[in-house]
Design a protein around this ligand. Structure first.
Ligand code: BGC
Length: 557
């Protein structure tokens, strides 16, 4: 009982709650639509506050809800200190914070500092003021190359395809690492730095508990001329001096942000989305002098494979212990094929995210996928993840075992990646952003009164919340039970591996005796005496079935 109380207080401690939190990502435009316009909104989140409380999460992370033309699903922000009028008002936002806080749920919002929308007033002013103006200095404008400047300043590509430079009317070019409508800020400019501090204070003053930082590794750039070519860039080491990515000087920004976080009681917290070359470099974003935590996407890009999982878990725990932070586990988010689908696709050696891409590009053929296996593995992987030290980031709909939607007609797609190719390979990310089914019947499966902004397939009926809530064996029931037990069982941030005698079976024990066993293989695994203390997961005649996880209570409980 003592350790139960200990873990409970650690979970609710205002200064450390994030270290082992279960954080649920809400993609607001696809969560719940309260005003019946087909787009999810902030009052929709309020209307589902009880659902979130019953699920048993510690915090929500809201993807962007700011005014936006939706050139990139809201990651093109036109006003950082407001709510998109289609999603509600600032008063609605305050009501949402109150409703979630009342239920003991903390709130993290997304900050998008690498670029704004081209509709942001500063970018509009820069266009109007013309070349050489102070207004253009807040972004990255350059003259073109070629005889009349008709060629871009360099051959760099944008993440969503095409050139990373766009020409404006007077002939200058601006840099956009993502969509054309997402001009990159110039982080050497004091106005940019000051404005983001204002934004952090604005949301912190409204009661926000933390921030997720979009492409945190890209803000600072060395654009000394001559600019390197794309091929030259690719050959450069990622050692802190790369011109475009993971530069050492980006941490000066986060040190300043940390000082703002610490102005508050309790201090606000941050989690970096930083795609960097090594866990060591990732740890710099997670330091106590920086953002505090950084996403670890290693499981998200791993196969359903015992050896890969074990190495990733061990490496990340060692790394987070060394940095003083705690690690983060992720299997799905708004940028990748849902894991219940990914795990049902044939292995494409070492490239599980790519697997989803290929399948979607082919239109989602049914004969490529084993959906039962996908869901079985997804449930096993999630139970393993929820048993680990560190925080778990869950993506809306995964608690229903929801599948990726592959066959969205081209004229209904929204993701710029679908239309422009590029790094995301033309597959688009709309399939994991299809609005949630709340009821098996009714318009848009209870998402709202109108047709949802992305088409929902008929198969969503069987994943609806009302169907799953009534079924004790559903994925929703499993998540609820796991999150409830996790609150009781979560303890010190360590684990010890126990040898199982099988390369495809992983087993670890937490300091309070809570044991997690995952069978990645196809042959059942004999649990021996442990079989009598199973608190969660399937067991069949004393054995752990293929592709499943069990939680075993501490002895004597
Ligand atoms: C976000 C994406 C977005 C991109 C550009 C990523 O980190 O997760 O959804 O398209 O940044 O803002």
């Amino acid at each position: 009982m003592t350790d139960v109380l200990l873990s409970e207080s650690r979970r609710t401690d205002p200064a450390t709650w994030w270290r082992q939190a279960a954080v649920y990502q809400i993609y607001p435009r696809s969560f719940a639509d309260a005003n019946g316009d087909g787009l999810g909104d902030i009052p929709g989140v309020v209307s589902r506050a009880d659902y979130l409380a019953e699920l048993g999460i510690d915090a929500v992370w809201l993807s962007p809800f700011y005014p936006s033309a939706l050139a990139d699903g809201g990651y093109d922000v036109a006003d950082y200190r407001n709510v998109d009028p289609r999603l509600g008002t600032l008063e609605d936002f305050d009501r949402m914070i109150a409703a979630l806080h009342e239920r003991g749920i903390r709130v993290i919002v997304d900050i998008v500092p690498n670029h704004s929308s081209n509709l942001h007033p500063w970018f509009q002013e820069a266009l109007a003021a013309g070349r050489g103006s102070a207004e253009r200095e807040r972004y990255i404008f350059r003259e073109g190359t070629g005889e009349n400047g008709e060629q871009p300043p360099s051959d760099w590509g944008a993440a969503f395809g095409g050139s990373a430079w766009e020409r404006v009317e007077d002939g200058q070019w601006y840099l956009h690492s993502f969509a054309t409508e997402q001009p990159d800020f110039n982080w050497d400019h004091p106005d940019v730095r000051a404005d983001f501090l204002r934004t952090l204070r604005f949301w912190s003053d409204r009661g926000v508990d933390g921030f997720r930082i979009d492409v945190a590794h890209m803000l600072t750039k060395d654009l000394t001329e001559p600019l390197p070519s794309r091929a030259e860039l690719e050959g450069l080491p990622h050692d802190g001096n790369h011109p475009l990515s993971d530069r050492d000087d980006v941490h000066e920004i986060y040190a300043e942000w940390r000082r703002v976080f610490n102005e508050y009681d309790p201090p606000r917290t941050g989690v970096a989305e930083a795609w960097v070359s090594t866990p060591e470099r990732r740890a710099r974003y997670a330091s106590a002098e920086g953002l505090g935590q950084a996403f670890n996407f290693d499981l998200l890009v791993a196969d359903f494979d015992a050896a890969q999982f074990r190495t990733i878990i061990a490496d990340n725990l060692a790394q987070s212990a060394a940095s003083g932070s705690s690690t983060t586990w992720v299997l799905s988010n708004h940028d990748v094929t849902r894991h219940a689908t990914r795990y049902g696709l044939p292995a494409l050696e070492g490239r599980p995210v790519k697997q989803g891409v290929e399948w979607i590009k082919a239109g989602g053929p049914e004969d490529w996928i084993d959906r039962e296996q996908g869901l079985r593995r997804a449930r096993a992987a999630t139970l393993l993840l929820l048993g680990l030290p560190g925080s778990a980031y869950l993506y809306q709909g995964e608690e229903l075992g929801l599948q990726e939607v592959a066959d969205i007609p081209a004229d209904r797609r929204q993701d710029p990646a679908f239309f422009r190719g590029g790094e995301f390979d033309g597959f688009g990310r709309d399939g994991c952003r299809v609005p949630l089914p709340w009821t098996a019947a009714g318009p848009s499966f209870g998402f709202g009164e109108a047709e949802a902004h992305l088409p929902q397939p008929a198969s969503f009926a069987k994943y609806a919340v009302d169907v799953e809530a009534a079924d004790p064996d559903s994925t929703l029931s499993l998540y609820r039970e796991a999150l409830r037990l996790r609150r009781v069982l979560q303890t010190d941030e360590q684990l010890e591996w126990t040898e199982t005698g099988r390369a495809d079976v992983l087993s670890f024990v937490r300091p309070n005796g809570w044991r997690v066993v995952t069978n990645f293989g196809t042959a059942p695994f004999d649990l021996g005496a442990d079989a009598s203390r199973i608190v969660l997961g399937p067991v069949d005649a004393g054995s752990l079935p293929a592709e499943s996880t069990v939680w075993i209570a501490p002895a004597g409980r």
